[in-house]
Design a protein around this ligand. Structure first.
Ligand SMILES: C[S@@+](CC[C@H](N)C(=O)[O-])C[C@H]1O[C@@H](n2cnc3c(N)ncnc32)[C@H](O)[C@@H]1O
Length: 437
């Protein structure tokens, strides 16, 4: 095993470990991240080889890059001593390769002149390859951590590492700019932000050639994120207007065209999730979604509020045809409880996912009355992550479950129902003033 240094982004630190763990698990790479510290963007991990490092980093959204560790010190002198001690054997291997140096400074940086001086002080590595700024064989990166005290600009690092760059992350390669909602052809009020859509797909283990289903597809944010990773996305939504978009140049298909991923896109269909028409033996590998909570969209299912009245309409005939059997019939919708919808979602996932397949969905919770037992559970689904993104009075949580076989003795429970938690919508529009129980 070799030491590698991971440099994380300063975003959603509690999602970082689940993202990398999920990617490592997807590629069957043993990776111990138990020592990950959310307050520190630097992490040393052990991997067998560069190929493993490349695989776990390439798709990552919450990391910036991974480096083969050549040395560490609290001062420049300590770093150089350590490089000589632990990496001398590598000097020969890379001796003739072209190279350049890079700097990464966390909470501080040094001037260009200082950088040049520092690079020159590594001349003991005696590389004979030429320096290439544009296309070097190797990039040696000096990563520095500074400590800011008061308002003073930090000038001396408290930790320095030298690493050979193995792989920059999708984030460093600008995936967030590419999927930025501000430049996406079709978005709506329900569109989910690009960063967390991509992270959800990573933690959901969307993989090339695997069918990814979003049952509440809306404007298709998770669908385009899934296709980015080679997943085969398929979506449904009860609201045909969402799926249709505004024009040929402003709909879900246009988004796939924009990202050059149309080939992966299976299709979308107008369908009430609770009256699901997908064949029962149709294999769905991953489910990633953001169910309706009634904030920007209604939670509705097919059915009539008043069954008696609706029964009376069954006799309505248009042009000799029963109205409700015509193709242009729009079925009535009625409100539905969120607690029931989440039950339906878990039951569907437990029935349709293959063993080890993942269900990842977002659930909002009020901060003042959240209890862990509100998270719905199913006896064949193991909840592996409950990741909180906190706002002022409420949070949304990415809940990630893995399908287990019958020998997994989980419990089925619905905390929202059991604790009579009011629909999140009511509390949201009350400004969370009235408690739900
Ligand atoms: C929170 S939005 C999801 C938005 C989506 N992630 C996007 O990128 O735009 C929830 C969606 O669920 C849909 N919906 C509500 N009730 C539904 C039902 N019974 N079956 C399927 N979709 C439903 C709504 O029309 C809405 O588009």
């Amino acid at each position: 095993m070799k030491d590698y240094l991971i440099y994380f982004a300063q975003a959603y630190p509690n999602f970082r470990r689940p993202e990398l763990e999920s990617l490592a698990d997807l590629y069957n790479i043993p990776l111990d991240l138990s020592h990950h510290d959310e307050s520190n963007p630097f992490l040393i991990v052990q991997l067998e080889n560069d190929d493993q490092a490349r695989k776990i980093m390439e798709r990552s959204v919450l990391s910036k890059g991974i480096y083969e560790l050549w040395g560490h010190g609290k001062t420049v002198e300590e770093l150089q001593e350590n490089v000589k001690q632990i990496s001398s054997d590598k000097f020969e291997i890379f001796k003739e390769n072209s190279f350049r140096f890079n700097f990464i400074g966390y909470k501080g940086s040094r001037s260009n002149r200082q950088k040049v001086k520092l690079i020159e002080s590594f001349s003991f590595m005696a590389f004979t390859g030429h320096v290439s700024m544009n296309n070097p064989d190797e990039i040696y990166t000096i990563l520095e951590e500074y400590e800011v005290t008061g308002s003073e600009k930090a000038t001396t690092p408290i930790n320095l590492w030298l690493g050979r760059q193995i792989q920059l992350s999708a984030r460093t390669e600008n995936i967030l700019d590419k999927y930025d909602l501000r430049t996406r052809k079709y978005i709506g009020t329900t569109s989910f932000d690009a960063e967390l859509s991509l992270v959800s797909c990573n933690i959901g283990q969307v993989a090339p050639g695997k069918i990814t289903y979003d049952p509440f597809a809306g404007t298709g944010s998770f669908l385009v994120a899934a296709a980015n990773y080679g997943g085969l996305p398929m979506g449904s939504d009860i609201d045909v207007r969402m799926l249709k978009g505004k024009s040929d140049d402003c709909n879900i298909q246009a988004n796939f065209k924009q990202y050059n991923t149309s080939l992966y896109f299976i299709d979308i269909m107008t369908m009430d999730f609770t009256n699901n028409a997908l064949r029962s033996d149709f294999v769905i590998d991953t489910i990633v979604c953001d169910p309706p909570y009634g904030i920007r969209e209604g939670l509705r299912v097919c059915g009539a509020k008043n069954a008696e009245k609706a029964a009376g309409r069954e006799h309505v005939v248009i042009d000799g045809e029963k109205a409700h059997l015509r193709r242009d019939f729009i079925p009535p919708k009625k409100p539905y409880e969120l607690a029931n919808l989440l039950d339906d979602l878990l039951t569907f996932a437990a029935d349709r996912l293959p063993l080890d397949g993942r269900l990842a969905f977002w659930m909002p919770t009020a901060n003042d009355d959240f209890e862990i037992n509100q998270i719905p559970q199913h006896k064949n689904l193991q909840l592996i992550y409950n990741l909180e993104q906190e706002f002022n009075k409420w949070s949304r949580r990415l809940l990630v479950y893995v399908k287990r076989d019958e020998s997994y003795a989980g419990e089925t429970s619905n905390g929202l129902k059991a604790h009579h938690i009011k629909n999140f919508r009511e509390r949201y529009f009350n400004g969370f003033n009235e408690k739900s129980r």
